[in-house]
Design a protein around this ligand. Structure first.
Ligand code: GLN
Ligand code: ZN
Length: 769
């Protein structure tokens, strides 16, 4: 590594920052406004205060160019819809009456109008509001959000760079508006949209923007030649504008592949590229196109999506290589820091040794500033930081936490036979039928029953020491008793204990597994004012003792009907946690799978005949690039089978999935070799049942007949109709009757009526068979 000044101009920057504030002040301010406790001005002031302190923090920690426009009351894609005037017809009145309330109406709906649909932002756990467009969409420029934030930052003395969702990504993320033909392609609106972007760029330049960043993460997905041509055309057009700031074209979350030459050739002034994880392939691809002569390169070398300290020396190596490929190299995180918690130093309960391995947004900005400093003024100037970083990395690599010989030995010894049931499905099905004696079209639920205010209060009381463990467990026992007795009375065939004791389906297990860490303040925005605290897979994973056996057997002791054991599967445990970056995901999945396998085996030994291992996240962790999917599905399905294959043939393994179209993963669903799968299906009129049938799926399935995302109670007639539709695809011997998902977010009155109707429907359809 060179010690002499290498790139005098290297600057540090980021594309976005956590919005919530150290104490989730933004959530409180927005929810206070919704409840009418505070005024719009209070909200605006609170938001401006948070922006001010974020920018000040960034500048003080050595970030030369701060982002603006990334801050949002709800979502930056919704902000973009407002910026281009893409307000759906049904929200127009609300927006005209009051822009702020109209904005929240688009985000959350009102009594009378549905909100925009929400979906995951690429393969992150952040959700954006899906733009609704059609051939009649008329775009109109509203640059207030962008210009306002830019002016604020400039007035505070910052060098600021507005960050916008780029026009191509915006259109690729959109869907046809209600009433528009399903095959309408929003990208056909590009030529109408570009003039709006041109106006926004002119406004931003007039307001003092030297550079503007346009984010095009959609280009890291597999794109057709036509889509790539559209991108080329868009940036030829925007690049040719005379009245514009310098344009920085950004991509992240994966490698650009075929899009890289397109962007490299575009007449813009710089590219911001991700060089972490799979996107590290951008390095060779950039060299192959001859680099970016005459352009600025912003190098995302600090992982913006994970919480581990950066390997500063390795990053400096990458930056050094990049210096030969562009006119000027600046340093950043791979993507907006929105996806990581704010500040690791706020954590009081994490072992100080482990805390040094962690970098949340604040720590990452320091890393970025350090790297820029090293790049600009030589590594001697950051010798102390490099030494400390080396010590942290060594301590992590050498730690007993990350290297448990017992776990390592066990995972290394896994054979293919361990991940296979001892008998094929057909034979298991016969054994299970004899063992369980269930009726045709058996009824069940997905696991959770309402998480009532009383349950949440009990947990808060326990945390605050107002009640002791015995007092808390008494309340859980009482709740389980109610849940069992309700299900018996309702006539459900396979019961659940209701998950009253679980705060969250991942955290509950993370807290009990060795090698997993929970945070106190590690909030990350999931959508709007909803924040989650993903646990951290920090070390080798093992299960010191049974996690669910006690409550499951207690529930079973109250009834003669089978009670289903309930676990979260290995893929979902990984998907909703921060994962290790020092070993392959498949290896972490295998460790979690073995810990779950012990639990499955213990449940069986304790007399549980039906065990469900939930994998709602199987589809959502699918890699962005199709080429990476087979390898992912290979380890993911193996991990599931590893966790469920230790049981006898007559023990019935269920799994559950939701949130997705399943069409493209039916083979993977088949490869799980679960005896029964329950899936979300009510809204799509049992579409998934037809998809399974078309594939020749041989096992039992319960496509949901009760949409639990809505407080609406389906009538028995409606549920029966859905069941009959299901029967057209799946024969009665293999069809189950259940809701779409768990009932934890619903209230008891709706759940009572809905489940009674569901049982009535099953009985009615059964009697007609
Ligand atoms: N068993 C879980 C529940 O019922 C499943 C939740 C999920 O699929 N997200 O709550
Ligand atoms: Zn679900």
């Amino acid at each position: 590594m060179t010690a002499k000044p290498a790139a005098a101009a290297a600057r540090a920057t980021v594309y976005g920052y956590p919005r919530q504030g150290p104490d989730r002040e933004l959530k409180k301010a927005i929810e206070g406004y919704w409840k009418g406790r505070t005024t719009a001005d209070d909200l605006r002031e609170a938001a401006a205060g948070l922006r001010r302190s974020n920018w000040r923090h960034l500048a003080e920690s050595g970030i030369h160019e701060v982002p603006t426009g990334d801050f949002s009351y709800y979502d930056h894609v919704l902000d973009t819809s407002v910026m281009v005037g893409a307000v759906p017809e049904r929200h127009r009145k609300a927006v005209e009456a009051d822009p702020l309330d109209g904005y929240f109406a688009m985000a959350r709906g009102t009594q009378d109008v549905a909100p925009l649909e929400m979906t995951k932002w690429f393969d992150t756990n952040y959700h954006y509001l899906v733009p609704e467009l059609g051939p009649d969409t008329v775009f109109r420029t509203d640059s207030a959000h962008q210009v306002g934030q830019l002016r604020e930052a400039i007035a505070l003395g910052h060098v600021a760079r507005p960050v916008l969702v780029g026009p191509v990504t915006y259109l690729l993320l959109a869907k046809p508006a209600p009433g528009v033909a399903a095959d309408f392609e929003p990208l056909t609106l590009l030529d109408r949209l570009l003039p709006v972007y041109a106006e926004v760029l002119a406004d931003l330049r007039a307001a003092g923007a030297d550079w503007v960043q346009l984010d095009e993460p959609a280009l890291v997905q597999d794109r057709t030649p036509a889509e790539l041509n559209a991108a080329a055309r868009a940036y030829r057009g925007l690049g040719a504008l005379t009245d514009r700031p310098k344009l920085l074209l950004a991509s992240y979350f994966d490698r650009l592949g075929d899009a890289l030459p397109v962007l490299a050739k575009a007449p813009v002034d710089g590219l911001a590229l991700d060089f972490t994880g799979a996107a590290a392939a951008n390095l060779d691809a950039l060299a192959a196109v001859g680099g970016l002569p005459g352009k600025r390169l912003v190098a995302g070398v600090v992982d913006g999506r994970n919480i581990w300290v950066n390997n500063l020396e390795r990053s400096l190596g990458t930056l050094g290589t990049l210096l030969g490929l562009a006119d000027r190299v600046d340093v950043s995180a791979s993507c907006s820091l929105l996806h990581v918690p704010l500040d690791a130093s706020a954590e009081r309960d994490i072992d100080p040794q482990i805390l040094r391995w962690l970098a949340f947004a604040r720590q990452k900005t320091t890393e970025i500033a350090t790297l820029a400093e090293g790049l600009a003024r030589g590594t001697d100037t950051i010798a102390a930081e490099l030494a400390a970083n080396r010590a942290d990395l060594t301590s992590r690599a050498a730690s007993a936490i990350t290297h448990d010989p017992a776990v390592r030995g066990r995972t290394a010894a896994v054979t293919d036979t361990d991940a296979r049931r001892s008998q094929p499905y057909a034979e298991r099905a016969t054994a299970q039928r004899a063992h369980l004696g269930l009726p045709l079209l058996p009824t069940t639920t997905i696991g959770s029953f309402p998480q009532t205010a009383e349950l949440r209060t009990a947990r808060a009381d326990l945390r605050a020491g107002r009640i002791d463990v015995a007092g808390y467990e008494e309340r859980i026992r009482a709740e389980i008793g109610e849940v069992i007795s309700f299900q018996e009375k309702a006539g459900i065939d396979v019961l659940v204990h209701g998950e009253a004791e679980r705060n969250d389906m991942v955290q509950y297990f993370a807290e009990q597994l060795t090698g997993y860490l929970a945070t106190q303040h590690g909030w990350v925005q999931s959508y709007g004012t909803r924040y989650v605290r993903p646990p951290i897979l920090a070390g080798d994973i093992s299960r010191p003792e049974p996690m669910t056996v006690r409550w499951t057997t207690y529930a079973q002791s109250l009834t003669t009907k089978p009670v289903k054991g309930m676990l979260t599967g290995p893929v979902t445990m990984l998907a909703w946690s921060f994962v290790r970056d020092d070993q392959a995901l498949g290896d972490t999945a295998r460790q979690v799978a073995l810990a779950l396998r012990d639990e499955v085996d213990d449940l069986e030994s304790a007399g549980t005949s039906v065990i469900q291992v939930d994998e709602p996240a199987l589809r959502e962790t699918l890699p962005l690039r199709a080429a990476d999917r087979p390898a992912y599905l290979e380890w993911a399905t193996e991990a599931f089978r590893l966790s469920t294959s230790g049981v006898r043939p007559d023990t019935q393994i269920h799994t559950h999935m939701c949130y997705a179209e399943f069409g493209d993963i039916v083979q993977a669903i088949d490869d799980l070799d679960a005896d029964v799968i329950s899936l979300e299906a009510a809204r799509s009129h049992m579409q998934v049942a037809r998809e399974l049938a078309a594939h020749g799926y041989p096992r039992e399935a319960g496509p949901g007949v009760y949409d639990i995302h809505s407080p609406r109670v389906p009538s028995a007639h409606e549920a029966a109709e859905l069941l009959r539709e299901g029967l057209e695809a799946i024969p009665a011997e293999r069809l189950w009757v259940n809701p779409d998902c768990g009932l934890k977010t619903r209230g008891w009155p709706e759940v009572r009526s809905a489940l009674k109707n569901l049982v009535t429907a099953a009985r009615e359809v059964r009697s007609g068979l």
